[in-house]
Design a protein around this ligand. Structure first.
Ligand SMILES: C[S@@+](CC[C@H](N)C(=O)[O-])C[C@H]1O[C@@H](n2cnc3c(N)ncnc32)[C@H](O)[C@@H]1O
Length: 319
């Protein structure tokens, strides 16, 4: 596809030109058009059942009695897809009682990939507003400990309110710059790094992201993400797991961060336990790591009907 065609698509769908040009370069013209079309369709809402408070079947029944159309998500034990929404999912009694959180399907795979156990010491490096922290706590049955870090005091307040609503009891929240995490000398069994990103995967929820970010934002985010993953790996115990995720489609924020970690630190990639999504992009820049990059996962709006999402699971090796 010529640059002129990419410009045409960008104008037709309301994107910054550089974004569409890059997508054509990374995934080809056919997939790019499919992606732009899929981004026009609203996401079917999905929720994460809070098993600290209720079983999936009981929640499904309660919501159905209120007129919601509810279907299980086949690959997620505690995920439900909401096909019909008579009123806002954030305004039900069940929501206020903390029986569920609003979560994208691909986001729910993050917690499954970290698979934290009851007695473990877990750190959520970029935790607010706490949706994934809640999922981790319920997988740990409120046992063990989670240190939930976020740089934003305002967002931490939201995290604390969400945790209280959902009956989570094994979390301590702190306002801190996670880039300094290793200085805390707090060796973690498992770390979640759900990194800040440019968010081009969530255009279906926030169409302003078609044009609100520039190439320099992607580069700046990529720098911060490298600092965050370095701090995470340094603060992880040997043999510990770190899950890296973003809701961005940009390779500089995804595969490039994993490639940087593999080249710089004693870590190896591990396959996520749920075989959903596509393998990460294998671009020539990361030639020597191409085969490894297959173990990362990408979720695409046009292929998986989810938000755009990336997950990489790293294990820290013994030196
Ligand atoms: C993608 S959001 C996290 C969403 C959260 N994991 C959830 O599931 O609800 C990224 C978060 O990173 C935080 N953040 C950005 N830079 C940070 C830093 N240097 N240290 C700690 N947190 C940071 C932001 O305030 C934001 O809350």
């Amino acid at each position: 596809v010529s640059e002129a065609r990419a410009r045409e698509f960008a104008a037709q769908y309301g994107y910054a030109e550089y974004m569409v040009e890059r997508y054509v370069q990374f995934i080809g013209a056919r997939d790019t058009i499919q992606l732009l079309k899929a981004n026009e369709k609203p996401l079917v809402p999905t929720i994460q059942v809070n098993t600290l408070q209720i079983h999936r079947e009981s929640l499904q029944k309660r919501l159905e009695e209120k007129g919601f159309g509810v279907e299980p998500i086949p690959y997620l034990l505690n995920g439900l897809q909401i096909e019909r929404t008579p009123f806002s999912l954030g305004a039900t009694t069940e929501y206020l009682l903390g029986y569920y959180t609003l979560q994208g399907a691909a986001s729910m795979i993050v917690g499954e990939s970290l698979d934290p156990q009851s007695g473990e010491r877990v750190v959520d490096l970029c935790a607010a507003p706490g949706m994934k922290t809640i999922q981790l706590a319920q997988k740990m049955q409120n046992q063990g400990s989670i240190l939930a870090i976020d740089i934003s005091t305002r967002r931490l307040r939201a995290l604390e309110a969400n945790l209280a609503r959902c009956g989570v009891k094994n979390v301590v929240g702190i306002q801190f710059d996670a880039r300094q995490f290793s200085q805390l000398k707090y060796p973690a069994d498992k770390i979640l790094l759900d990194a800040p990103c440019t968010g081009s995967g969530i255009i279906r929820k926030d169409p302003r992201r078609k044009w609100s970010r520039r190439l320099t934002d992607i580069r700046q985010m990529s720098r911060i993400q490298k600092q965050l993953i370095q701090a995470g790996i340094e603060g992880l115990r040997e043999d510990g797991l770190l899950v890296y995720s973003t809701c961005s489609l940009e390779p500089e924020e995804n595969e490039a961060i994993i490639a940087y970690a593999l080249a710089t630190f004693p870590v190896e990639l591990v396959e996520p336990p749920i075989q959903m999504g596509d393998p990460g992009l294998m671009l020539t820049k990361w030639d020597d790591q191409q085969r490894e990059m297959k173990k990362t996962r990408r979720f695409w709006p046009h292929l998986h009907d989810t938000e755009g999402f990336f997950i990489g699971v790293l294990r820290k090796c013994a030196r």
